[in-house]
Write a protein that binds this ligand. Structure first.
Ligand code: IPM
Ligand code: MN
Length: 356
């Protein structure tokens, strides 16, 4: 076992609802991995989220992005509060941090762990193991657009899908590099809609083939329209190795991907700035109805912790976390669903920690 002896400063944003509960288990497992593999984690907790907003009226202090930039990584639970109008916290915390910290990649593995039930008939862990590289700071999410004549029968609303060549290229290069490093079938699929979005996905497609041909001749290139991608993710998930796509399509297809790997209790993701600070967060939301009941599945958050260690270079510890998760899904949990795991949230955290 290699000991790195390093210290990493981690910003922890437990957030709303069940966020704090799953983050608690994530931190527990991370701490165990750090002790075992001989590195140090310094955790600093921030209270950004719905409760703080309701108390103070402030969504995110303007100093937050700069403060967070000083950390090695950010570990986030969930954002979203039932008493706050949808959009305020999501835009004001999550999207703002992704944009201001320039986390231009959203990395979302779709991996079915052993023992986990999938709604896909006749498919198992050997079939469902791919990664979606979602562009994370552009597209429809930039909010370019507006409303005029609001409230009248002539009301007009526009929200534009905006991409420039630079954004597209850096995302594609990341995806090509990632595919090469993953070294599974060395296949990168672009998910677009070139038959309708003839400007934006034309740009993506040209850049995809130009960069691929010139810089990554060893990587096979596939193309799928987004609607067809959804179909094949259900019918033939084994075709996929890495999928790269824009922000909106990436958001949509990763929920589909998540359910094929057992749902929100297990799906992990990372908002990556390869040159800056990255933020790891489960794909699932704050699940307010389960808050405080100690029944939510913490595996997604724990897996995020593993992704974070991998990103920090602690690959041995990251592998150990993933192996322990797989052991727990294969031999312990009855279901991935909240309340039906056969164990409490804290017990699942203990099981994974013990397995490291
Ligand atoms: C996600 C979420 C967010 C998104 C929301 C909460 C803004 O759905 O991380 O996938 O749309 O990106
Ligand atoms: Mn989403």
């Amino acid at each position: 076992m290699t000991m790195s002896n390093k210290t990493y400063n981690i910003a922890v944003l437990p957030g709303d609802g069940t966020g704090p509960e799953v983050v608690h288990e994530g931190v527990k497992v991370l701490q165990t991995a750090a002790d075992k593999f001989g590195f140090k984690l310094n955790f600093t907790t921030f209270d950004f989220g719905g409760d703080r907003y309701l108390r103070t009226g402030e969504v995110l202090p303007d100093s937050a992005p700069d403060e967070l930039r000083r950390f090695d990584a950010i570990f986030l639970g969930a954002i979203g509060h039932p008493e706050v109008k949808p959009g305020i916290l999501e835009k004001g915390i999550l999207l703002r941090l992704r944009f201001e910290l320039d986390q231009y990649i959203n990395l979302r593995p779709v991996k079915l762990y052993p023992g986990v039930e999938t709604p896909l008939k006749d498919k198992g862990p050997a079939d469902i193991d791919y990664v979606v590289v979602r562009e994370n700071t552009g597209g429809i999410y930039t909010g370019v657009g507006g409303i005029s004549m609001k409230g009248t029968p002539q009301e007009v609303a526009v929200q534009s899908m905006v991409y420039n060549r630079f954004q597209v290229e850096r995302c594609l290069r990341y995806a090509f590099e990632y595919t090469r490093r993953r070294n599974k079938t060395n296949t990168l699929a672009l998910c677009g809609k070139t038959n309708v979005l003839t400007y934006v996905y034309d740009l993506w497609e040209r850049a995809f083939h130009e960069i691929g041909q010139a810089e990554y001749p060893d990587i096979k290139r596939d193309y799928y329209h987004v609607d067809a991608t959804c179909m094949w993710m259900v019918k033939n998930p084994e075709w996929f190795d890495v999928i790269v796509t824009g922000n909106m399509f990436g958001d949509i297809i990763t929920d589909l991907g998540a359910i094929t790997q057992g749902g929100m209790g297990i799906a992990a993701g990372g908002n990556i700035n390869p040159e800056g600070v990255s933020m790891f967060e489960p794909i699932g939301g704050s699940a307010p109805k389960y808050t405080g009941k100690n029944v939510i599945n913490p595996l997604a958050a724990i897996a995020c912790g593993g992704m974070m260690l991998d990103y920090l270079g602690e690959t041995g510890a990251a592998d150990a976390i993933e192996k322990s998760i797989m052991n727990v899904t294969a031999h312990r949990l009855k279901s991935m669903a909240a309340g039906r795991m056969g164990y409490s949230t804290t017990e699942v955290g203990d099981l994974v920690a013990e397995g490291i």
